[in-house]
Design a protein around this ligand. Structure first.
Ligand SMILES: Cc1cc2nc3c(=O)[nH]c(=O)nc-3n(C[C@H](O)[C@H](O)[C@H](O)COP(=O)(O)O)c2cc1C
Length: 135
């Protein structure tokens, strides 16, 4: 969806994006920048999914650099924001991505076993955020 349909503007909007090599997924960034004024006026919530957030000290909108920098740079001002840790799924990655993510994991003391699949998501935190959105 490239443009925000006009009939959505008065509704609540929830946008989520995973991190790919340091940046939120490009189509989501493009969507946000194309609709920035409307999104900033609407009841918009945003969540970021990345592996850095597996560390509790990097799992809040204030402490997660990807989210903080993105909001600063884009001027996107969601009314609520959250960061969740995603999954590490080595067997599903293309060879190049697997090596790169192994490298990132090595640098950040994470698992590097290429057979490993692990879900770091704190689903209780996801539930809390979902409840917050309904209030
Ligand atoms: C190609 C690729 C690059 C990624 N780069 C990063 C990164 O730079 N930093 C990070 O914290 N997580 C990174 N991740 C992890 C994802 O943001 C996270 O695991 C998320 O759950 C994956 O979303 P998906 O369900 O769309 O695969 C990367 C994942 C993939 C597949």
């Amino acid at each position: 969806m490239e443009q925000l349909p006009t009939d959505l503007k008065n509704n609540r909007i929830l946008i989520g994006a995973p991190i790919r090599y340091g940046f939120h997924l490009r189509p989501v960034r493009q969507f946000v920048s194309r609709n920035l004024a409307e999104l900033n006026q609407a009841h918009t919530a945003f969540f970021s999914v990345n592996l850095t957030a597996r560390k509790p000290e990097k799992s809040t909108p204030q402490t997660n650099a990807y989210l903080r920098k993105y909001l600063e740079k884009s001027k996107f001002e969601p009314k609520k924001a959250a960061v969740f840790a995603g999954a590490l799924n080595y067997p599903d990655y293309k060879p190049w991505d697997r090596v790169m993510i192994q490298l990132i994991m090595k640098m950040t003391n994470g698992p590097t076993d290429p057979k490993l699949t692990v879900e770091f998501t704190d689903w209780i935190a996801v539930e809390h955020f979902a409840k917050e959105l309904t209030q």
